[in-house]
Write a protein that binds this ligand. Sequence first.
Ligand SMILES: [Zn+2]
Length: 171
Amino acid sequence: MAGFETLLDRIVDGMPGEDKAALDIPAKDDGYITPDLPKTAFQAAVRGMRGHCPSCGKGQMFPKLLKPVARCPVCGQDWTAQQADDFPAYVAIIVTGHILAPIIIYMISETDFSMWTNLAIIIVLGLIMLGSLLQPAKGAIIAIQWWMGLHGFEKPPRPDAAETPDKAQGK
Ligand SMILES: [Zn+2]
């Protein structure tokens, strides 16, 4: 339920008015750290899933519920090129469906709940799961887009890139 708690925190944190600072794209200056780049696509995706900046793993990716920051406040990575679009919703729906389906089958075949009790449980469970999956899914998708250099993203340097010139020289 960690994801759901995070979601609730975001909802509560996002309540008082517009966070103007997060919406404006601050100019890139010297105040940013050099990011400790992820070594694999998986590591980038996990950072995104946790709501952290995939590039440095430290900055907050979603100051508002589902709106990613324009620029990471810690490493300065520009996130405006992301195009997650509807994909996080598809992922959340597919995962929710696969987890809920056996629960629904069990409830209908093995319990004596009335139709309305079943319906209420299924709807509440479904909404909770969808709500708590949307943000992690979006974070992971943005992380993968960035890692693969899709859309307007510049492909981040791979950790083994430093070794390549040496290998080339050796041959
Ligand atoms: Zn960052």
